[in-house]
Write a protein that binds this ligand. Structure first.
Ligand code: SF4
Ligand code: SF4
Length: 390
């Protein structure tokens, strides 16, 4: 059953059925008209609270379309991750509206492809590259990442001719934590059995939440929560009541790579948890409040982002254990973008943990942004869901 055909949509009058990217763009354009500056980001390590404490607005830049890859391949190697090629293609084709309204860009040294791509776009906007420690459990990692956030603070302060205080950063941390709590309450409705929200609606909420602050999102999220509660009380189910529940983990996916999520639901499953930077990951860890050193508190939170560029990335497995407990999936799908070596190699450990520790079927899907492998993915997903039904 398509829940949107039978129940009140989560967003209605205020957005008139616009796609989430358009809503987010509209929000950012309004902020710009009010005189606020926009900072483009590409990664889950960008410290959003610092950006907000400086009264800047973060904008996640385009990275999820196959349409820009051909242009990118004129410069970048074809055997590079599609996310990097797509991001670069958007820039050289002047096709990313979020980049067009960005006054500066924050970059990080995550994977090799990304950091080299940043060099190629560095001249187009004021850009600051943060040197990310990649051994998160070493004692100096927190000190080093704290220094990097302070350097970013100086870059943003000098670029935008303003300063921020510890009190403002504390305020931004409280605001972010409040938003995370509300977002997790929305995720609770995906954890229900059966869930009352599907991945497309979750993405609608996630998209808008990327740009808006906690205070701006609070009334929207409270409204959404009220509608979800109504669905729950009304006995609605997203998907068939006995549909296999799937947790999706791995590389960020959206736009053309969201084909995997569509295929899972078309094949009769329901996506109940999305363990990636385009999904629930940004809301997983709160930032400690009132520590007396908000920059260090931010550093501690972001160092816990369980990305495969970290080694060891043991936090990913513990986080997946937590999600398994909460969302009770019947199977796990690990989405690896082609040529993403770190997520690809890490998939072995993830698969072992899912199968041996959780006792769940595990499917690794290596894909790109094209539609060429849709049939093959569908066959493999159907086979996995069949195992869940036995
Ligand atoms: S997966 Fe890693 S590199 Fe990619 S956005 Fe997330 S934190 Fe950044
Ligand atoms: S998916 Fe992998 S290769 Fe692509 S940008 Fe993210 S970490 Fe880098």
């Amino acid at each position: 059953m398509d829940i949107r055909a039978t129940v009140e949509p989560l967003f209605n009058d205020e957005y008139k059925g616009e796609p989430p990217s358009k809503r987010l763009l509209g929000y950012l354009q309004t902020q710009r008209e009010k005189g606020r500056k926009i900072v483009g980001i590409y990664c889950g390590y960008a410290p959003m609270e610092l950006i907000r404490a400086l009264d800047l607005v973060p904008a996640t830049l385009c990275a999820f379309s196959n349409a820009t890859i051909e242009a990118a391949e004129a410069v970048l190697p074809a055997n590079l991750c599609p996310l990097i090629k797509s991001s670069y293609g958007f820039i050289i084709k002047d096709a990313c509206p979020f980049f067009a309204i960005s006054d500066a860009v924050i970059a990080e040294t995550t994977c090799d492809g990304k950091k080299k791509m940043f060099e190629l776009i560095a001249e187009r906007r004021p850009m600051h590259v943060m040197d990310l420690p990649q051994l998160p459990d070493e004692p100096e990692a927190l000190d080093n990442w704290t220094v990097m956030i302070r350097k970013l603070q100086r870059f943003l302060e000098s670029t935008f001719d303003r300063t921020t205080t510890d009190a403002e950063m504390e305020g931004a941390i409280r605001d972010a934590n409040a938003k995370s709590r509300l977002m997790n309450r929305v995720f609770d409705y995906a954890a229900l059995n059966p869930p009352v929200i599907g991945w497309e609606e979750l993405y609608d909420v996630l998209f808008l939440a990327q740009g808006a602050s906690g205070a701006e999102m609070a009334p929207i999220l409270e409204g959404i929560l009220a509608k979800l509660e109504k669905r729950k009380q009304g006995g609605y189910a997203h998907g068939a009541v006995d549909a296999p529940r799937v947790m999706v983990t791995g590389c960020p996916i959206a736009g053309d790579s969201a084909k995997v999520l569509s295929i899972i639901e078309e094949a009769g499953g329901v996506v109940v948890a999305i363990d990636s930077c385009s999904g629930m990951k940004p809301y997983a860890t709160p930032i400690e409040e009132r520590t007396g050193d908000p920059v260090r508190a931010m550093a501690a939170k972001y160092l816990k982002v369980p990305c495969s560029c970290m080694t060891p990335n043991s936090r990913r497995l513990t986080e997946m254990d937590r999600l398994t407990e909460k969302f009770r999936p019947d199977a796990v799908v690990d989405v690896v973008l082609q040529a993403c070596h770190s997520y690809n190699i890490e998939s072995y450990k993830v698969g072992e943990s899912v199968q041996k520790k959780q006792g769940l079927p595990f499917l690794k899907i290596v894909t790109d942004y094209s539609q060429n492998d849709v049939g093959q993915i569908r066959t493999r997903v159907e086979a996995m869901l069949e195992m869940c039904r036995r």
